[in-house]
Design a binder for this molecule. Structure first.
Ligand code: ADP
Ligand code: ZN
Length: 250
């Protein structure tokens, strides 16, 4: 009996080691030495915001959405908000210098020290180049969420969003448990002013003209870009995202 135990002991130890390693892999950013940044690419309505909220929880990294930051400034009627307002209402991009100042101020904060999840930034080649300068000693990956335009229009025009935490819901496919109320924080749900069909069409045009070229930009960097089909169920897409991230955390 004792001999059998001694023979199997190394196996048990090895098995436990792999079990523990798998379990703690993505949750534990503590052990990752270099900061890790996830860039979520994809058209409006592709699910960047939805998945960024979950990734943020799972990885323990802050979710940085330039759209949310602008909406926050709009709500508080700051100077920055006033600068961005007209562009956002029309579905156009806010000028790069305004976006870059705001974004870099945000990611310089203490909570971004271990990394962060970018949602809605970069959106132009100029923004991507500026970001690259900032990410010199940082591991980063870009994940491109793919969905065709027709589906995006349907998703966005049915989208409702939390005023407090920015979590998006879909009236039919991802409804909140209680009508008008956010599942996460109990905040009030509302429809964004720029989520109308006319503005969405303009946003998609702007996406194809100015943001889509970023896919090629990141494809040209070694081992940075992954594509994920984002048409399917939320949980399946999320698992695919986590698989990619797990493979890239060093
Ligand atoms: P979505 O991804 O659903 O289109 P966002 O919430 O990311 O929406 O952005 C809303 C609006 O905020 C954009 O249409 C644009 O006017 C402005 N905006 C957000 N991020 C950027 C950015 N990186 N560069 C320029 N404008 C931006
Ligand atoms: Zn909320």
């Amino acid at each position: 009996m004792k001999r059998i135990f001694i023979i199997f002991l190394p196996l048990i130890v090895l098995f436990s080691y792999f079990l523990i390693k798998t379990y703690f892999k993505a949750d534990d950013m503590e052990k990752v030495e270099k900061p890790f940044v996830v860039i979520l690419l994809g058209p409006p309505g592709a699910g960047k915001g939805t998945h960024a909220v979950e990734l943020s929880k799972k990885l323990g990294l802050p979710h940085i959405s330039t759209g949310d930051l602008f909406r926050e400034n709009l709500k508080n009627n700051t100077q920055l908000g006033q600068k961005a307002k007209a562009y956002m209402e029309k579905g156009n991009l806010v000028p790069d210098d305004v976006v870059l100042d705001m974004l870099f101020a945000r990611v310089s904060k203490e909570d971004c020290k271990k990394g962060y999840i970018l949602d809605g930034f970069p959106r132009t080649i100029a923004q991507a180049k500026a970001l690259k300068g900032k990410l010199k000693d940082v591991d980063y990956i870009a994940i491109n969420l793919q969905v065709e335009d027709e589906k995006l229009i349907e998703r966005i025009t049915n989208r409702i969003m939390c005023r407090s935490c920015g979590t998006p819901f879909h009236k039919i496919f991802l409804p909140p448990k209680e009508e008008g109320k956010c599942d996460k924080c109990g905040g009030e749900l509302y429809q964004r002013d720029d989520d109308t069909e006319a503005v969405v069409k303009e946003r998609l045009k702007v996406y194809h003209d100015q943001t889509e070229p970023l896919i090629e930009y990141y494809a040209n960097e070694e081992k940075v870009l992954s594509n994920v089909d984002s048409r399917g169920a939320k949980d399946i897409v999320f698992n695919n995202l986590m698989d990619i991230i797990d493979k890239n955390i060093r």
